[in-house]
Design a protein around this ligand. Structure first.
Ligand code: 13P
Length: 247
């Protein structure tokens, strides 16, 4: 399977950045051995989709509501993202869990809504620093997975240790391997054959300088990239570090 490199712009980016990224990535994409997905702020989704038309580069949202419509000021429904041309949606990012009090149950409902709208959910899990230091990382992540995925889940998981986000720190390759194997075991146990195939991405301070080492790990299905995705040259360098799919 091809690795997936997802850019999470968070609350950054302008129409100008979108235009520049689209031009550079469109040109480079056919020569890459991985798939690309860009998740800009919702206001830029339609413009980015238009600029990427005819390319294989996907566009995604950064969150959605669990309801299809209604009195939820400031929220966005999965169907609205789909109508704007998005094919993916990041859910349960640690920043949303922290800033907006999102619980596993809410993420689970959002993931179900995303599927119903035809979007591929990218569900984020990851331990904080205290949990990591206490040796509880795996238990925390396994618990989040169990409670954040709906029964009919189909999509992508992103393992993002909170202490690695925006800090320049990353887990050792051994720790990434161990956590990705633990996640895979949960998915396989719960979802059978399908669970063996859901991509598991790594996220947290992925840069051009460390991408090759992380993406070389066979357990890693791709990367969820924050800060480095705002620089088209850096993002492209990460994509170029992807491991070719097994034949
Ligand atoms: P950074 O790549 O900036 O550490 O962010 C990771 C992240 O949160 C992606 O969702």
């Amino acid at each position: 399977m091809r690795q997936i490199i997802v850019g999470n712009w968070k609350m950054n980016g302008t129409a100008r950045l979108a235009a520049g990224q689209a031009e550079i990535l469109r040109e480079a994409a056919p020569g890459l051995v991985c798939d690309l997905v860009l998740c800009p702020p919702a206001t830029l989704i339609a413009a980015l989709v238009a600029r990427l038309a005819g390319s294989a580069i996907g566009v995604g949202g950064q969150d959605c509501h669990s309801a299809a419509s209604g009195a939820h000021t400031g929220d966005i429904a999965a169907g609205m993202l789909a109508e704007a041309g998005a094919r993916y949606v990041i859910l349960g990012h640690s920043e949303r869990r922290a800033d907006h009090g999102e619980t596993d149950a809410m993420v689970r409902a959002k993931a179900a809504a995303a599927r119903a709208a035809g979007l591929t959910p990218i569900v984020c899990v990851g331990e904080n620093e205290a949990e990591q230091l206490a040796g509880r990382a795996e238990a925390v992540v396994v618990g989040q997975l169990a409670a954040s995925l709906p029964e009919d889940f189909s999509g992508t998981i992103a393992y993002e240790p909170i202490w690695a986000i925006g800090t320049g720190r990353t887990p050792t390759p051994e720790d990434v391997i161990a956590m990705h194997r633990a996640i895979r075991a949960c998915l396989a146990e719960r979802f059978g054959v399908a669970g063996r195939a859901f991509p598991i991405l790594y996220g947290g301070s992925v840069k051009a300088a460390n991408a090759r080492e992380i993406l070389a790990l066979p357990e890693v299905g791709g990367a969820l990239v924050g800060g480095a995705s705002l620089d088209p040259a850096e993002f492209l360098a990460i994509a170029r570090a992807a491991r070719p799919p097994d034949r």
